[in-house]
Design a protein around this ligand. Sequence first.
Ligand SMILES: Nc1ncnc2c1ncn2[C@@H]1O[C@H](COP(=O)(O)OP(=O)(O)OP(=O)(O)O)[C@@H](O)[C@H]1O
Ligand SMILES: [Mg+2]
Length: 316
Amino acid sequence: MGLADWFSGWFKASKPKKNSPVKPGVIITKPVVKKKKSPFEGLVQINGEERFEKIARTGQGSMSKVWRALDRKVGRQVCLKILDREKTLHFEGRFRGLNKPIEGEISFGLKHHNIMQTHEYGIFKDGNPYIVMELVDGMGLNFLIETKSDKLDKNRLNLLCQICDGVEHVHKSGFLHRDICPRNILVSNAGEIKIIDFGLSIPYTPPFCQPGNRTGTPNYLAPEIIRRRSTDHRVDMFALGVTAYELFCLGMPWESTQSMQTLISHINSPPINPRVFVPNLSDEIVNFLLKGIAKEPGDRFQTPGEMRDAAKRLME
Ligand SMILES: Nc1ncnc2c1ncn2[C@@H]1O[C@H](COP(=O)(O)OP(=O)(O)OP(=O)(O)O)[C@@H](O)[C@H]1O
Ligand SMILES: [Mg+2]
């Protein structure tokens, strides 16, 4: 689906059609959507201590603590993400009045074999939101890249196709992920991709795509985010492009940085040629990788499906 279709679909929904039986001058009353007073309104509240036995920490994010835990209610091990209430409220506060679904609600609605499954979300008695997920036994793609794992050998395009399938499902479900990077992609021991971390995800509608905060992981931010322009699903395409580049090159297309000043300077400099990292890469792969990280959104792969089809052709 092209960009124009996404947005025109949204606008059409609120306009009467040309041959509509509604006469001019007749006021169409829209269904009243109740605005949530707090992002946590309506969440089920439970006693976390009683329900879960924490077994080991699997991760520490900037906004959360993530545990391998026993869910006593169902008698199985799960992944339990406990978010920091204040940080979550601060983030969600940017979208006041827009009825934005919170992280757990977004990931709960996404059912796809390349997206980790969310079983439940709610709020603990102490006020911290939680998410119960399937426990993915495997490793972060970042770890496989950093350790130059042989699990990547002859498997890169296959992994990339699975990542594209997962992101395609996110987009087709009406959301942007906005934090695609190897750290947020798990590879299960069976070799299956599982996309995680919908903490920065937003509904894909115009009010959420206004220019504004530079949200995401610095090295994966599309130039239009850095320039504070309006954004669309192609910010995820850029992040996918950087991820693909790293998968093949085991290095970043621009000098890795946390500094916004350096990121701004990246916009004006060409990426490092992939052959600097891997001298024998074919022309087709080099062109594929460079298209993935094109600075102009229109020069990139336009959708995850387009990128996957191009990756599939490279496998033939
Ligand atoms: N379903 C899961 N199964 C196994 N491990 C997981 C799962 N979800 C998350 N993790 C682990 O916990 C880490 C942090 O999770 P997540 O990225 O969702 O948290 P975060 O607070 O948004 O983190 P960050 O700010 O680092 O992106 C992941 O990098 C991963 O190692
Ligand atoms: Mg993360």
